[in-house]
Unconditional design. Sequence first.
Lengths: 109, 115
Amino acid sequence: GQQVMQIPQYQHVQEGEDFTTYCNSSTTLSNIQWYKQRPGGHPVFLIQLVKSGEVKKQKRLTFQFGEAKKNSSLHITATQTTDVGTYFCAGRGYQKVTFGIGTKLQVIP
Amino acid sequence: GAGVSQSPRYKVAKRGQDVALRCDPISGHVSLFWYQQALGQGPEFLTYFQNEAQLDKSGLPSDRFFAERPEGSVSTLKIQRTQQEDSAVYLCASSLAGLESYGYTFGSGTRLTVV
């Protein structure tokens, strides 16, 4: 079945440093979504990427979808304490949306 | 409503007890999904409805798990004879269209603890 791997599982950064999380699928995806889950909260939709090689930006966040539509990344520039949380990618294959394990980001002030 | 509403927020069940978890999706959202999230893990797919039709239930871990959405709006996830491994947060999500087009809006979840 479809598997979505995400690395790293944990990341500690100093406030102001950059952060990147990577997502890889075992199968070609129709699209990929990214979610953020704050501690004690629920996943909140950030963005969806559909096209091969697509790049989207939301302020300090940059999302990329690989050319083969099997991998994706989320990059945060100059992290802030408000960026703390777990970032999940969710890849849509044939029928299902499969979530990665998430990358838990801690920002040290 | 403004968001996806789930109840109860917390549920403690004795092993062997039946539980029912409710999800009230955003009005007009056609698609509804149930996910199970264990501590430190990503959400795991359980089942998917489009209106009242359950189109995919392949993620339900056993026949003790049952979900319904009889009128295409509110959905209930029922777990019979709960076991300790059922302890998790159960998330409901809804979206405007089918699987392909839109991001999901999640509810706050029901944290189930089986003792």
